[in-house]
Design a protein around this ligand. Structure first.
Ligand code: MG
Length: 170
């Protein structure tokens, strides 16, 4: 069964959102890098590459369903951050918007009876639960760190190590 035009349009919107996410994380990576927070920067870069893989996963799916890809422009992300906590709070807000968007896509596919889309969207819903939990934890730790630069350096080291999502995770 071919996807409806409206569902194809919604998937194309999601592809744009995933590429925007990659761009958002790339901007955050650059901000962290320029403030010598190499661990946070590395983590943000890994996020950016994961978001690109999400976009590709949606893109491949649409093509597999004989749908049409219409790539949309990607806006420049806002580069204004007041602190690394602000960066992570914005990242959390962004992930929450992505979760809501995938939820709407799931709802639309269900309503149309496009059941072939549901396993993929289900996978993304699970992925979003993990993303939000990870970012929420980092936000909590940054709040604990407060103005303590020694603690921030330790957290930065931690971010650059075990908490970097594997680059091939998709
Ligand atoms: Mg994503």
């Amino acid at each position: 069964m071919t996807m409806s035009q409206t569902l194809q349009a919604a998937f194309n919107d999601q592809i744009q959102l995933e590429f925007s996410s990659a761009y958002t994380y790339l901007g955050m990576a650059a901000w962290c890098e320029s403030r010598d927070l190499a661990g946070f920067a590395r983590w943000m870069r890994a996020q950016a590459s994961e978001e690109t893989q999400h976009a590709m996963k949606f893109l491949d799916f649409v093509l597999e369903r004989d749908g049409t890809i219409t790539l949309q422009p990607i806006e420049a992300p806002s580069g204004g951050f007041s602190s690394v906590l602000d960066v992570l709070e914005q990242a959390l807000g962004h992930e929450q918007r992505v979760t809501a968007a995938i939820g709407r896509l799931y709802g639309q596919a269900s309503e149309e009876g496009d059941y072939s889309s549901l396993p993929l969207l289900q996978w993304f819903m699970g992925e979003q639960v993990e993303e939000e939990a990870t970012v929420r934890q980092i936000v909590a730790e940054l709040r604990m760190v407060g103005d303590d630069t020694s603690a921030l350096l330790l957290l930065d080291r931690d971010m650059g190590g075990r908490r970097g999502p594997p680059p091939d995770a998709a």
